[in-house]
Design a protein around this ligand. Structure first.
Ligand code: SF4
Length: 392
């Protein structure tokens, strides 16, 4: 196997999971529990114990990105983040241009709380807007209205924050073409630096899945999803936010550095229940190419863990890591960097790719240059199907 100089083993990304929400949304399959008041002190003690138990694995790394997601990070007091970030600052050097993102429920933030998070170094905020339609928000079971999104953006700007991302969900039942354009108009009117737009998916075990099974809700079909996605891509690109990943759009320079590091299979450290960590194994390891581990299970189990042995652990083979890089690379507008793949995995697997994707290329779904393999605009809606060829 070739040397991994094309992987960054000097820096590190960190994900902190906040497994609490004030209520559960109808479509949500993320790991979170509904609470009125989150047990912040108990959770802080557990997170700090995980930090201390695992920090030695990352010694010498510089923190490049931190992403605080959930769940609902905005239900936690700012003092919680002050305690976690100051412990991390004591243990690790921080990249001078570190990106620290915090997810917000639009109903939560107050000016004092936002200013406190900003003063801790949080420099990117991601708002779960989802839709600007009151009926759509009720359908999704969200606890905020469209006015909360506008108010939260105003508050962020007043606090001097410009790196604002909005999450949208498209192809909702009952959302027609005019409704889709209205959501796009409302999102663009807030002038975000970044947008994520995902199709409504019906996740097993959710109230939405039960409603679909009972015939109470008809989910969007694939043609409508693809049509909506094409409208979103065109409109956001025309507004100066081109897609850099199938579902993610940014003004130039405002791409999520944290997510790009995930998609490039760089190392990351996950804190909290259900948060996976991923680390490149040493070159001479016979065990696997990547090692992944997580403290899965209930919050109470996480709080009681001694962090000596992860609940779940995977060793990812070189072949699986190669496939993951191709599949994730195809979701990126920049495509798969073949030179990087050759450096990491050698020539034979890369040399097979033109044949594996011959049908997609001749159908105009994909283009190949000596250094890049990427989907064409026609291929984007079929990314999942086209990617399957790398498995055959
Ligand atoms: S706020 Fe987010 S994590 Fe919490 S239930 Fe809703 S979708 Fe799930």
């Amino acid at each position: 196997m070739r040397k991994s100089r094309f992987l960054d083993n000097r820096r590190l990304s960190l994900y902190l999971h906040i497994p609490f929400c004030r209520s559960k949304c109808r479509y949500c399959a993320f790991f979170s529990v509904p609470v009125d008041t989150p047990p912040a002190d108990m959770y802080l003690r557990a997170v700090l114990r995980q930090v201390m138990a695992e920090s030695g694995r990352w010694s010498g790394r510089r923190l490049a990105t931190i992403y605080i997601g959930g769940g609902t990070p905005s239900v936690m007091p700012a003092a919680f983040y002050e305690a976690v970030l100051s412990r991390l600052a004591a243990l690790f050097a921080w990249d001078p241009v570190i990106e620290i993102t915090l997810e917000l429920n639009p109903a939560d933030p107050a000016p004092g709380w936002l200013a406190a998070c900003r003063d801790l170094g949080v420099n990117r905020f991601s708002l779960g807007a989802q839709t600007f339609s009151p009926a759509g928000l009720r359908f999704l079971g969200r606890r905020h209205g469209p006015e909360h999104v506008r108010r939260a953006v105003d508050m962020l700007r007043t606090a001097g924050v410009e790196n604002i991302s909005l999450d949208l969900i498209h192809s909702l039942p009952g959302q027609d073409a005019a409704g889709l354009h209205a959501d796009i108009d409302a999102a663009l009117a807030l002038d975000p630096a970044h947008l994520s737009a995902y199709c409504l998916t019906v996740e097993p075990g959710t109230p939405l899945a039960r409603d679909v099974a009972a015939g109470r809700v008809v989910p969007p079909d694939a043609d409508r999803q693809a049509g909506d996605m094409a409208v979103i891509r065109d409109r956001f690109a025309a507004a100066g936010l081109p897609a850099y990943e199938i579902s993610n759009f940014a003004r130039p320079g405002r791409e999520s550095r944290h997510n790009l590091r995930y998609w490039h299979l760089e190392d990351y450290w996950g804190l909290g229940p259900g948060a996976w960590s991923s680390r490149r194994e040493p070159e001479d390891s016979a065990r696997g190419w990547l090692r992944r581990w997580a403290w899965t299970g209930a919050v109470a189990n996480y709080a009681a863990a001694d962090f000596s042995r992860p609940v779940e652990e995977d060793l990812v083979s070189p072949r699986t890591a190669f496939i993951e890089m191709v599949v994730m690379g195809l979701r990126l507008t920049a495509g798969v960097n073949l030179r990087r793949l050759r450096r990491l995995f050698g020539d034979p697997w890369v040399d097979e790719l033109p044949d594996r994707f011959a049908a997609a290329r001749s159908a105009g779904l994909m283009e190949l240059s000596p250094t890049r393999l990427r989907l064409t605009e026609r291929g984007v809606p079929l990314a999942d199907e086209v990617s399957l060829a790398v498995l055959e």
